[in-house]
Design a protein around this ligand. Structure first.
Ligand code: 5AD
Ligand code: SF4
Length: 476
């Protein structure tokens, strides 16, 4: 069965469930863990559920259906999930609650075993490659009260045209590719999300055009490794295993070209993307960022470690010097470009000198934002099997040192914003103060200011007047 046929069938299941649920006023609740890709998956889950007649609630006690969309990139999530499922046992009995658990964690054997053993009352378990079949799974549970396990190990396909209920009316997430081929030695993602596969350019362009016509201003392009968009497909075409019959890849055959094409779409004013890999940051992508006025001059460039030795152990395929050269090259070609990054502290074998190298890169690049993580061993990855693990205490001490440096730099950088005029996309009313509006700069800094509600969803100039570390106060 092909993907289009499969989605047709799932739409029939959506209708069947909607018929069963008619006039019942059923509610669902969803908990999403992890990254923006998971959030985008959850938006699709919500889209399907609402077409099946379920209404969203934040209150688990009044829900008829509870969905967990899980992440397994770092620890803690497991205990948290098991705690949550445990809490649901009473509600399961009292309200006949249907419990469905999906996402990355469900692709791990030891988690599936644990659920089977300790939480046999869970109704549906679905993986990362079977999300689109949730309507069928729910229908089967409603009809026969059977337990469903719908997890497959092979790489999933790319399914288009699922219903979607987006969180924001201003910024939209658009997944452009699934999976990862990089196998960084600390990372579980390639094992739970499969090999890289990209959506067709025409499907992405169609989605972004629709978003523009719905009034969306900002697009976030998502993938585990966005700058290798279409690389596997191009390779397959070269080898003759993929046909380019419909000319799907004639005009757009790379990430750089995709950026240029999306940049032409009227109505869209800002384009962002996460995450690129430094090793795939080719000149054509740098030039596209420079040329495309809508592409934010703010790039998330995951460093992970500043030590060439450790980068090799991590299987990152670049050196400290190559990373710094890339930053320099981008600064040369893209005036005023700013960076954010991800850093892992305490990976196996990290010496004091390795860690100093990381601090050195942080000092040199002067990131606008650093997402810092303590290394967390993941079952099944090479990192977990390495003998020279770092004691927790050292990991935490290094983490604190890094944090201190980063916060000092952010404080310094913030001073430079004071008195400048920034272009802000106005997102809505401030959560902490109804009378104020909130928005973001191109470099993703939050700015709060007084203004009329009808400014929401427009880009305006704001003068930055006060620095509050994690946000600025501004004036129109
Ligand atoms: N431990 C800690 N951090 C990790 N990341 C990925 N795997 C791990 C792990 N095992 C971090 C990386 C990645 C971000 C999404 O999560 O920094 O870029
Ligand atoms: Fe994980 Fe590396 Fe792939 Fe990112 S590029 S998802 S860190 S394996």
């Amino acid at each position: 069965m092909d993907e289009i046929e499969e989605i047709k069938i799932q739409k029939q299941y959506i209708e069947k469930v909607a018929n069963l649920n008619e006039n019942k006023n059923l509610k669902y609740t969803i908990l999403t863990m992890g990254c923006q890709l998971n959030e985008n998956d959850s938006e699709k889950i919500c889209g399907m559920l609402e077409e099946m007649g379920y209404i969203k609630t934040e209150k688990i006690e009044e829900a008829n259906l509870a969905i967990f969309n899980t992440c397994c990139v770092r620890e803690n999530a497991e205990e948290r999930l098991f705690g949550k499922i445990g809490e649901l046992k009473n509600l399961k009995e009292k309200n006949n609650l249907i419990i469905a658990i999906g996402g990355c964690m469900m692709q791990e054997e030891h988690i599936l075993d644990k659920i089977k053993k300790s939480f046999s009352y869970v109704d549906i378990v679905f993986g990362t490659h079977t999300l689109h079949k949730l309507p069928e799974d729910i229908f089967k549970v409603l009809e026969s009260q059977k337990k469903i396990k719908d997890v497959i190990d092979i790489d999933g396909n790319v399914y288009e045209d699922l219903p979607i209920k987006r969180e924001s009316k201003i910024q939209a997430n658009v997944t452009i590719m699934y999976g990862c081929n990089n196998f960084c030695s600390y990372c579980i993602v390639p094992y739970v999300r499969g090999r890289e596969r990209s959506r067709k350019p025409k499907d992405i362009i169609k989605e972004v055009r629709e978003l523009a016509s719905q009034g969306y201003k900002e697009i976030m392009l998502l993938g585990q490794n966005v700058n290798s968009y279409l690389r596997s497909e191009m390779e397959a075409i070269k080898q003759g295993t993929l046909k380019n019959e419909d000319g799907d890849y004639k005009e757009i055959n790379s990430f750089a070209k995709l950026l240029r094409e999306i940049n032409k779409i009227d109505g869209i004013e800002r384009i962002r993307f996460i995450s690129p890999h430094p090793k795939d940051f080719t000149l054509d992508v740098i030039e596209a960022i420079a040329d495309c006025e809508k592409v934010c001059k703010f790039v998330h460039l995951p460093l992970q470690s500043g030590s060439t030795n450790l980068l090799k152990v991590m299987n990152r395929k670049y050196t400290k010097e190559q990373y710094l050269e890339l930053v320099e090259k981008m600064r040369e070609k893209i005036p005023n470009i700013k960076f954010s990054t991800d850093i892992i502290v305490g990976f196996a074998g990290e010496t004091e000198e390795d860690f100093e190298d990381t601090l050195d890169v942080v000092r040199k690049v002067n990131f606008e934002q650093v997402f810092m993580f303590i290394y967390s061993r993941r079952v099944g990855t090479p990192g977990d099997k390495m003998p020279n693990q770092i004691p927790e205490e050292i990991k935490h001490k290094r983490f604190d040192r890094l944090k201190e440096l980063v916060e000092k730099q952010i404080a310094e950088n913030n001073k430079e914003y004071i008195g400048t005029t920034q272009r802000i996309l106005v997102e809505g009313k401030s959560k902490n103060n109804e009378k104020m509006l909130t928005g973001r700069t191109e470099s993703n800094k939050v700015v709060v200011f007084e203004g009329d509600e009808n400014l929401i969803n427009s880009i305006i100039d704001i003068k930055i007047v006060e620095d509050h570390m994690w946000y600025f106060k501004g004036e129109i």
